[in-house]
Design a protein around this ligand. Structure first.
Ligand code: NAD
Length: 461
């Protein structure tokens, strides 16, 4: 791995649990990308040539990530804020992605259309890939991009968020020890570094995870070179509780589907719709958990919910909550910042929220959950589908057939019954509407980094 290490230019990284600086990363100038992308292009010829060597290198990379787990997990918690146990789980998922894609190969296919021609579809790598990643799961989201891209035979330039560059830089140096030079390069810096990377003429695929507005800017940038884009964007997932739901039986799962990683999960539950008859019971069950959960530094072993990652995100969460309260909502739990250093916001459950309040219609991406009552299932489905987002959704009830029939009506990429946000490495992951373009995950993620190459050859007479 190479990084830009010019003296005197750096990004200072804040520990969100203390508000203090916890490290520094290089602030690369956009024009320095030309050399990085040029090296990625030159490294591509060797890397694409030998599929068996790639499999071997990527399994070795998975082992190396696991061996470096302690250092990676601690650094991740320092800069991101999540509880240490969750950082370890993220490191494990990073290694799992490498291992999964190491063993995945595209299938060459024969096509028969009745003519005496042998047509074969082979798969070729596209070229250097730009991977641009947000701050909520810096390592696992990076691996979800570079593992399939590398397995497909491409080289990768990876740019983490300036809020969380440290663990990714360490990951880059761990992988540099097992991958050929310039096959994976980590670059760090402030904007317009990402914009320049997305629009760089040497990049053939931009795989981006982040917010909807930045996703649009990335697509516009990539259009200049007609590079392929895969966009995994925001979500505003609804959980629809049916009238046969066992509230106490699902409350823990529902709570953590909303509050894991301090609510900073693209496919967290961000709105709950409960039948009017059960609404008060659902609010109470969630508020009880929000009031009693341990909030603190991710390095404290008792902590279950850490801080919000950064000051602008904290300000946004506080503003959406204040607006909802001003519009007539009531905080059944939380509703305010915690009076301590760092970026802490009390786990918040909101009731009496006007359905058109921004905390319902927009993505809050923090520890704040509105719970809304509904009259009929049709009304609940219409409300769940009624935003510009379409990432995931879930339906909760005891009659599984009925729950599945309701889930089938959700307009999103993944629907869950009685749980939320659990993914398999082997499944396609795709948002609809504003939540994304393209497909990641499983074989679909591999093919997203390949192009078909067709050879027609006359059959021997
Ligand atoms: P963001 O869009 O602000 O930033 C994402 C990345 O893009 C960062 O690395 C950032 O530095 C970079 N960037 C900023 N401006 C850019 C530009 N003009 N061109 C290219 N790159 C640019 O998002 P964020 O605040 O870091 O992350 C939170 C968002 O990510 C939420 O909306 C969340 O839902 C979304 N997200 C989506 C998924 C998914 O899989 N769908 C997963 C995780 C997070």
């Amino acid at each position: 791995m190479r990084t830009s290490d010019e003296a005197g230019r750096g990004i200072s990284v804040t520990d969100p649990a203390t508000g203090e600086t916890c490290g520094e990363a290089p602030d690369m100038r956009p024009d320095e990308l030309d050399a990085v992308v040029g090296r990625a292009h030159r490294a591509w010829a060797g890397w694409r040539a030998d599929a068996a060597a790639r499999t071997h290198a990527l399994s070795g990379a998975a082992d190396a990530v696991e061996a470096a787990g302690d250092g990676l997990a601690r650094l991740l918690t320092r800069e991101q804020g999540k509880p240490l146990a969750e950082s370890y789980a993220e490191v494990a998922r990073t290694a799992a992605r490498l291992r999964y894609f190491a063993d995945l190969a595209p299938r060459t296919r024969r096509i028969g259309d009745g003519r005496p021609v042998r047509s074969e579809v082979r798969w070729r790598p596209v070229g250097p890939v730009a991977a641009i990643v947000p701050w909520n799961f810096p390592l696992q989201l990076a691996a979800a991009k570079f593992a399939p891209a590398l397995a497909a035979g491409n080289t990768v330039v990876l740019k983490p968020s300036p809020y969380t560059p440290l663990a990714t830089r360490l990951l880059g140096s761990v992988l540099a020890a097992v991958l050929p030079e310039d096959v994976l390069t980590v670059v760090t810096g402030r904007e317009p570094l990402g914009a320049r990377l997305a629009s760089h003429p040497g990049i053939r695929h931009v795989t981006f995870t982040g917010s909807v507005p930045t996703g649009r800017a990335v697509a516009e940038g990539a259009a200049a070179s007609l590079a392929r884009v895969t966009l995994e964007l925001g979500g505003n997932d609804a959980a629809v509780l049916l009238d046969d739901v066992d509230v106490e039986g699902v409350a823990d799962r529902l709570f953590w589907a909303a509050f894991r990683n301090c609510g900073q999960v693209c496919m967290a539950v961000k709105r709950v719709y409960a039948p009017a008859r059960l609404h008060a019971e659902v609010v109470e069950a969630l508020a009880l958990r929000a009031k009693s959960v341990a909030v603190g530094s991710g390095l404290d072993p008792d902590t279950r919910i850490g801080p919000v990652n950064n000051a602008p995100q904290l300000a946004r969460v506080a503003e959406l909550t204040a607006r909802a309260l001003a519009d007539g909502a009531r905080a059944a739990a939380g509703g305010h910042r915690l009076d301590r250093p760092g970026h802490f916001f009390a786990p918040t459950v909101l009731t009496d929220v006007p359905p058109d309040s921004a905390v319902v219609t927009e993505e809050q991406f923090g520890p704040v959950l509105p719970v809304l009552p509904y009259g009929s299932v049709d009304e609940a489905v219409a409300a769940a589908n009624g935003t510009g987002f379409g990432l995931g959704g879930s339906v909760w009830g005891t009659d599984l057939d009925r729950a599945e029939a309701v889930a089938d009506r959700l307009e999103c990429g993944t629907a869950w019954i009685n749980h939320h946000a659990e993914l398999s490495l082997a499944q396609p992951f795709a948002g609809i509407k504003d939540s994304g373009v393209g497909v990641a995950g499983g074989p679909w993620g591999l093919y997203g980094n390949l192009r078909p190459f067709v050879v027609h050859c006359p059959e021997a007479p």
